[in-house]
Every structure is written in structure tokens, then in C-alpha cells.
Ligand binder design. Structure first.
Ligand code: ZN
Ligand code: ZN
Length: 366
């Protein structure tokens, strides 16, 4: 069980200039209450928590809040406008109420004001800042999601043979992850092969067949109990050329440098610099077209970020990716990505699929 007790207090301790906070982002609502429904708001007061939802979810909300060890009152309304009026009503006694500026729509903001909530103050990232530090129960779920993706990839990688299509490989991976206990893929699985598709970091698998000598980038994660995993491996169908092999070893060295840089107190941008520096020094800086990593949890891309523009500093309990890559039309792509949890003396790597070779593994013997 995920214990949400204490989380509300952690967020209250971050209040500045507000007495209460309206939480409408569903991942934030879930983190605070355990509630997994598709419609809900939390009004977090100085010593109160009210979860407002609609008639489909009244009993579920009460049961989930209780099971997660949360304390609060459930309020059930009939439709969207009524929910917002109820949220406004619940904030009536507070001098200033924060809202989530990156999640509340302009229309919802107007509706809250129309309903009498005239003391609204914009806030950003209050719940996200609490959410980024994972507790043991959360890390266990993420590790389970990693293990499922590892297992699925171990079984499917030996089938990377000429003629199979990207979409078939994607379908096999996603079905196998569900069979292994995932509630689904963590995101749309990426299978990107050859000199055209492989050059697109977020290519959507299509009916392109794998071909002898082509690289295949596979970015795959599982979803367990709302928690995501994220991993990328690159394989070569058949024997790699010396050029493919050299560039693979470069990306792998960059990825290992990024992993080695991770420990509490290190800036996310320095993790990015550690990976990027290796690739740039070899003359491929322009081929590395995205950030080195991101946090992963209830959302697949969340705080903190290992990017050149990041102001985040890593802390114990952060779960982040390290995923350098190189991409070029006419060549294709190479990416290696692991998911790690930051520990007091560095990090623990949660994704364990082999990455020492471009050659797909042999079929598992067990
Ligand atoms: Zn990924
Ligand atoms: Zn990622």
C-alpha cells in the first residue's frame, strides 16, 4: 500500500502567502489522496483536506482515501460546474487560496471567481516538489515496472529479425508487459529502425520492416499501480558495421558518464553536461538533440530534469533517467536509457537489460 499520510502536511509546509491550495491536476490529487478517478479536486486547507468528486466516484474516493491512510472529507457533486462551485465554497473562509497555474484552465479560473472565489493566487510546482521524492513503496512499484519491461525486452529482442515490422515488435512488447502484470505500457512504445525512422527520437512504430544491418531503437516502459518505468536499448539486426559499433560505444560511454555523475547535490545540468561532453568531444554534439534525462513517477516526464537549462539539484529519492543519443538522417539513431533512483552515495540503476552489445541477446533458456 502507498501511505499518503503526512503528504498533505509536507505540502502545507511549502505554503507561502496562501492559506489553502486548490489541487486539480489528477496526478497531484492521486499523490495526496490515493484517489485514482478521472474527475476530482482537492482543497487543502491549513488543517483540512476536502476531496471533491462526482457521483461516479463517491464510494471509490472514500475507500481509496481510507486505504491510503489519508484523512479528509469527501464531497460528491453531480457535474463539472457543480464541482467547481463546491471547490469555491470550500475555500470561502481562507484569506488567500493558491491554485496550480500550470494546470488550471483560464475557464476554470473564471468559473471559480464567478462562484465567489476572489482570493486566488497563482502557484507552481507545490505538489510536484513533494511528489518528486519517492518513498520505498513508490520505488518498489517503479522497480517492478522496470523489471517487467526488462523481462518483456529479454523475450522479444531475440525476435528482431529481418522482415518483422516495427509495429509487430511494439505489439509484442506491449502484450507481454500486460501478461507480466503491467496495467499497460508506460507510454507509446518506440520502435524506430533504419536510417530514416531511427533518426527520429520519438518515432511512432509503423509497418517499416526490420532489415539486415539496420539499427533498432526500442524505448519501452511499463505501468504498475500508476507508476511508470522508462528504458531504451539499441540493437543491430545482423552484424554492425565498424561505424555503427563506434558510435554505439560513444553513446554508451556518454550514458555511463551521466550515470557516474549522479549523486545528491549534483545539478541536473551537470548530469547533462557529463553525458553531452563525451558526445561533443567526439564531434557529434549536434547529433544529440534532446536532454539527458527527466524524473519519472506517476507521470512519465516530471521533476527533476537532467537538461542543460535545468535548475534542479538532485536529492535522495529522485527517480531519473539518463538517456543520451545520437540521431542523423541517413544513419539512423542510437540511444541508451536507464532509470535510476538517487541514493545517499550515488544511484541505484533500476533497469537491468544488458547494454554492453548491439547484438540482440539469444532467446532466454528458462
Ligand atoms: Zn524512454
Ligand atoms: Zn525517458
Amino acid at each position: 500500500m502507498i501511505d499518503v499520510g503526512g503528504r498533505a502536511e509536507r505540502i502545507r509546509s511549502r505554503f507561502e502567502g496562501i492559506e489553502a491550495l486548490i489541487v486539480g491536476d489528477l496526478s497531484n490529487v492521486r499523490w495526496l489522496t490515493g484517489f485514482t478517478g478521472s474527475n476530482g479536486w482537492v482543497v487543502l486547507g491549513p488543517d483540512s483536506l476536502v476531496l471533491v468528486t462526482d457521483g461516479r466516484y463517491g464510494e471509490q474516493a472514500a475507500a481509496q482515501l481510507d486505504a491510503a491512510g489519508g484523512r479528509g472529507r469527501i464531497r460528491v457533486e453531480t457535474n463539472g460546474p457543480a464541482l467547481l462551485r463546491a471547490v469555491a465554497e470550500e475555500t470561502g473562509t481562507f484569506a488567500a487560496t493558491g491554485f496550480e497555474a500550470t494546470h488550471l484552465t483560464v475557464a476554470q479560473h473564471g468559473a471559480l471567481q464567478d462562484a465567489g472565489c476572489t482570493n486566488l493566487r497563482a502557484t507552481t510546482g507545490l505538489v510536484e516538489a513533494g511528489r518528486r521524492t519517492k518513498d520505498d513503496a513508490e520505488i518498489r512499484r517503479i522497480a517492478r515496472a522496470c523489471a517487467i519491461a526488462d523481462q518483456a525486452l529479454a523475450e522479444i529482442a531475440p525476435t528482431l529479425t529481418p522482415g518483422r515490422t516495427e509495429a509487430e515488435v511494439r505489439n509484442d512488447l506491449e502484450l507481454r508487459m500486460r501478461q507480466l502484470g503491467a496495467s499497460g505500457p508506460s507510454y507509446d512504445t518506440i520502435v524506430a529502425t533504419g536510417p530514416v525512422n531511427g533518426a527520429l527520437p520519438h518515432h511512432r512504430p509503423d509497418d517499416t520492416p526490420l532489415a539486415d544491418g539496420h539499427l533498432v531503437v526500442i524505448d519501452v516502459g511499463a505501468l504498475v499501480d500508476g507508476y511508470h518505468s522508462d528504458m531504451t536499448r539499441t540493437f543491430c539486426v545482423g552484424r554492425p558495421t565498424a561505424e555503427q559499433q563506434d558510435r554505439y560505444e560513444l553513446v554508451l560511454a556518454a550514458q555511463l558518464a551521466g550515470l557516474a555523475a549522479i549523486r545528491p547535490g549534483v545539478a541536473g545540468r551537470d548530469v547533462d553536461a557529463a553525458s553531452r561532453g563525451v558526445i561533443a568531444a567526439a564531434g557529434y554534439g549536434e547529433w544529440f538533440t534532446h536532454g539527458t534525462g527527466h524524473g519519472v513517477g506517476l507521470v512519465i516526464h516530471e521533476d527533476p530534469f537532467n537538461t542543460a537549462s535545468s535548475n534542479d539539484v538532485l536529492q535522495v529519492g529522485d527517480v531519473v533517467t539518463v538517456e543520451p543519443g545520437v540521431y542523423r538522417g541517413g544513419f539512423g539513431g542510437i540511444r541508451v536509457e536507464d532509470l535510476v533512483v538517487v541514493t545517499s552515495d550515488g544511484c541505484r540503476v533500476l533497469t537491468t537489460s544488458p547494454k554492453d552489445s548491439l547484438c540482440p541477446p539469444s532467446p532466454p533458456t528458462t
